[in-house]
Every structure is written in C-alpha cells, then in structure tokens.
Design a protein around this ligand. Structure first.
Ligand code: IPE
Ligand code: IPE
Ligand code: MG
Length: 255
C-alpha cells in the first residue's frame, strides 16, 4: 500500500482566500423586534464591522459584501434613501479606521446612480486605501452580475472598435480582465444569511466554482463564531473542479 492509500482521507483546504457574502435578513431581524426595517439595516452595519475585523485578523485576502443590488431600487423609496444614507455615513465614519488597518476598499457596481456626494466619498475612500496590502474589502453596491458581464463586454467592444485590441477573439481571460473584480482571486466561499438559497444576481461569473454555504441566521446575528463555522464547513469540502475525487487525492492520476 502506498502512503496515500493507507492514510485517512482528511481534507483541509485551509482558510479561503476570498469570501463573498450576501448579507440578508436585516428587515426580518427588525420586524421580529417590532421595529422598522431600517433598524435592521443599522444592526447589519454593526455586523459588517465585526466580520471585517475578523477577516483582517485572520489575514483573509478578499471579503466581498453585497450591500445593495441593482434590483433593490424596487424597494419603497424611503427604505432606498435610508440605505443610501447609511452607506454614506458608514463610509465616512469607517474609512480612516479601515485605512489604519491596512484595508484596501474597492466598490463595485454602477456608481453613476448614486448622489455626487456618495460617489465622491467612494472615490476618496478608494484613493486613500489603494496602496494598502491587507484585506481587500469589496463593497458591491448597485451591483448585478448581469450588469458586470454587460459592462465587461462593452469595454471589450470599445477596445476592439478603437483598435486598442487587435484580436477580436472573445476568450474567458479577456472577459475576466474586464469584470469589476479583475485581478482578484475568485471567491472560494460564498455565504448567504437569512435562509434564502439563491444568488440574487450577485457575482454570477465569479461564483462558477465557489463553495456555497447557506444559513438561516439573520445577518445582524451573524457574528465571528458564525463565520468561523462557515469557514470550518468550507475547509472540509472536497473541491474537484471537474476531476474525480480519486484524482484530487492522487494528483499523479490527474491529466
Ligand atoms: C439585506 O436584508 C440588506 C439589503 C438588501 C440591503 P433585507 O433588507 O433584504 O432583509 P429581509 O430579507 O427583508 O429580511
Ligand atoms: C440580496 O438580498 C441583495 C443584498 C443582500 C444586498 P435581497 O433581499 O434583495 O434578495 P431577494 O430579492 O430576496 O432575492
Ligand atoms: Mg432580503
């Protein structure tokens, strides 16, 4: 018997490099307490702080958080405007602290729909932290996976039309280089809180081989222990990327 055949088949993927989270359940969290939905969003912002801290301490490379989807404009105008305000205020209050923690902020999504004040705060935050080498914190705001693929295709088309790109062949690498997450590793672990089991137009392209973790915990209750449990679950998944389980344990049998 060779070593690999006799040893127990223990999987340990280590820590994920990139964690992507759909932070869902703020509204229900507030409703359970007979409070307005915005109260849940405020509590959700506090949960973000703890999760970011954990990722900084654990040296996670990238944390992507879905803050506002391209479909969330369909909510009542008062809720939308409160969410925008909360984004603005949180950014203002946290950006210096994030910078001190060596966090690099990256906002993805169609920013032109935001107020000029919010757009400039985002730009300033990104510019201040752009050379930081710690956690990359990706905030997806007015983001949609469909939008991301369309804007990537649009950029490619413009480069072809202007002659910047010689070969008109569309490759996966070419699309990837123009996605809003270009240059970042693909998410290893996707988490959705709040009990729903759907992607809701989050990182559609990027989640092709991500491990999924769904929990009924509502986002404001999702703390460091909950994240640890999700990471534990991820660590023991066998990631096959199309290969057989046998190939994964015996790389010599891979092509
Ligand atoms: C997620 O919580 C936050 C945003 C979409 C901004 P929800 O507001 O969707 O909470 P539920 O799903 O209604 O409980
Ligand atoms: C997804 O949550 C978007 C964010 C968390 C920002 P939703 O609550 O909007 O998703 P659906 O509409 O239930 O799919
Ligand atoms: Mg929801």
């Amino acid at each position: 018997m060779s070593d690999s055949e006799s040893s127990p088949l223990v999987i340990d993927n280590g820590n994920p490099r990139h964690i992507a989270i759909i932070m869902d359940g703020n509204g229900r969290w507030a409703q359970k307490r007979f409070m307005p939905r915005v109260f849940g969003h405020q509590a959700g912002a506090k949960a973000v702080k703890k999760i970011v801290e954990y990722c900084v301490n654990e040296k996670i490379q990238v944390l992507s958080l879905f803050a506002f989807s391209s479909e969330n404009w369909r909510r009542p105008p008062e809720e939308v405007s409160l969410l925008m305000k909360l984004f603005n205020v949180t950014l203002q209050a946290q950006i210096k602290k994030l910078h001190e923690k060596n966090v690099r902020l990256l906002c993805i999504g169609e920013k032109s729909a935001f107020s000029t004040e919010l757009q400039s705060k985002i730009e300033q935050g990104e510019a201040l932290t752009k050379n930081n080498s710690g956690l990359t914190l990706v905030i997806a705001a007015n983001y949609g996976g469909h939008w991301d693929m369309c804007q990537a295709a649009q950029q490619v088309m413009e480069k072809i039309t202007s002659g910047q790109l010689q070969s008109p062949r569309i490759t996966e690498e070419l699309i990837e280089q123009h996605l809003s997450t270009a240059g970042l590793p693909e998410p290893d672990l996707f988490i959705r809180t709040g009990g729903e089991q759907r992607i809701s137009n989050f990182l559609l392209w990027q989640l092709a081989y991500t491990e999924f973790y769904f929990t009924s915990t509502l986002w404001p209750d999702f703390g460091q222990q909950s994240l640890l449990e999700a990471i534990e679950s991820f660590r023991h998944r066998q990631r096959r990327f199309g290969r057989t389980g046998e190939q994964v344990f015996n790389p010599s049998k891979s092509l």
